[in-house]
Design a protein around this ligand. Structure first.
Ligand code: ACO
Length: 378
């Protein structure tokens, strides 16, 4: 490849060799370590899937029990982290709070032993365990409440919903949330994972790796799209308004949030699973008119944009599920981060195996030999 072949967004350029996940964007297939996402969503749990992603194999019963126990044991956050979070402005975005808190965690574990498997395991456990606690703590503290202590008798997802809502969740709600985490845990070389790998390649600590990836995930073209989807559904307001809304947006060449993907040219398989989960939730907890609007949107967008391969992505139905679970809109992306930590850590570990620092090139299109102009002559 010639160095002059600049590809905006690095489209189509491999940034790593990886055995963590695989997407077939033409057929709508997603696999984690070779296992189809549909099968994991049906049979696995978020922590088991995290183990699979990070250590490359499904754990035995004993390995899983030990891992779950370790994560449970490390859920509490340090008082000093909690106090630091308390000082954050309540109006700040929870993704910024999470990024700062994940980075701050590194201050407590500054001894960096990247080639020590115990250090690697402890870091993985600590990050998976504390990120949900930080998200829930910021949510409560910005409302003026004290954070809720994690409960050891609840599993990963049930405990997060408990810390967030200060009451034990319905088992179906907790299971559906756990499936959502599995669906968001990993997705090949997306922007935040690339960011994680670039940061990892400098041999910094995993807290910096995660903080850097959280910062990248927050943008509206990546994880932030699910927040925008809810805003858009609310703005549309009724099924009748879907077509005029979409026509006016497309006329202005505006993007429709929750649609389109660099890799998928068919409906994202995670969107299909999420749509099904949304239906289960509505069946148990009551219908939501925004679901009807979403279904109509999918129909009209297919009519107008399927020739470009634009279909719902993972963000389109996830917001509806989270909304029904009583989660505030600006926590949707931090929840995406809770899940994606598993994928980021798997990539961190993989990057370290045959590390070479990322140092791409650029196509310089500026000037040369420009004389310096004295300030009074400018
Ligand atoms: N609505 C309308 N048109 C779209 C959309 C959309 N959501 N997405 C792509 N298109 C059109 C573009 O206008 C372009 O058309 P053109 O060729 O006539 O100019 C064509 O499809 C290709 O679009 P690009 O923006 O070049 O595609 P790219 O691969 O760079 O972008 C992205 C992918 C960022 C996901 C894009 O589809 C988008 O902005 N979608 C909305 C935001 C969103 O939902 N993001 C979440 C993605 S999933 C995730 O990150 C977890």
């Amino acid at each position: 490849m010639s160095v002059c072949e600049f590809k905006p967004g690095l489209e189509g350029i491999p940034a790593a060799e990886s055995s963590i996940s695989c997407v077939d964007g033409q057929q709508g297939i997603l696999e984690y370590r070779g296992i189809r996402i549909e099968e994991l969503a049906q049979k696995s749990t978020f922590l088991e899937t995290s183990y699979l992603l990070i250590w490359g194999k499904l754990p035995t019963k004993e390995e899983l029990a030990e891992f779950v126990h370790e994560v449970q044991y490390h859920r509490r956050i340090k008082y000093r982290i909690r106090d630091m979070m308390k000082s954050f402005p309540e109006s700040g975005h929870p993704m910024d709070a999470l990024q700062a808190s994940a980075a701050a965690l590194g201050l407590f574990y500054s001894l960096r032993e990247l080639d020590n498997p115990i250090y690697v395991r402890d870091s993985v456990v600590r990050l998976l365990a504390t990120i949900p606690t930080m998200v829930a703590a910021f949510q409560l503290m910005r409302k003026g409440n004290d954070p809720v202590r994690p409960r050891d008798d609840l599993d990963y997802s049930a405990n997060f919903l408990y810390m967030l809502h200060e009451r034990e969740p319905d088992p179906l709600a907790a299971r559906i949330f756990d499936v959502c985490l599995m669906l968001h845990a990993e997705h090949t070389m997306n922007a935040s994972t690339f960011s994680a790998r670039v940061t990892a390649s400098t041999l910094t600590d995993p807290y910096a790796v995660v903080a850097s990836a959280v910062g990248t995930l927050g943008g509206p073209l990546h994880g932030g799209a699910n927040e925008e989807v809810i805003g858009m559904l609310e703005e549309i307001g009724s099924v009748e308004n879907v077509r005029p809304y979409l026509e006016s947006r497309l006329e202005k060449k505006a993007k429709i949030m929750g649609f389109g993907h660099r890799v998928y040219k068919v409906k994202d398989p995670r969107a299909t699973i999420l749509q099904n989960l949304a239906e289960q939730l509505f069946e148990k907890f009551g219908h939501d008119k925004y679901y009807d609007i979403a279904v109509e949107m999918e129909r009209v967008v297919a009519e107008k944009l399927s020739h470009k391969g634009i279909y719902p992505n993972v963000d389109f139905y996830s917001g509806l599920v989270y909304r029904k679970l009583g989660i505030p809109t600006d926590l949707f992306t931090p929840i995406f981060a809770i899940a994606r930590v598993a994928g980021w850590l798997a990539h961190w570990k993989e990057q370290l195996v045959q590390n070479r620092i990322f140092r791409p090139t650029q196509v310089y299109n500026g000037l040369h030999d420009v004389p310096y102009t004295a300030i009074e002559e400018r």
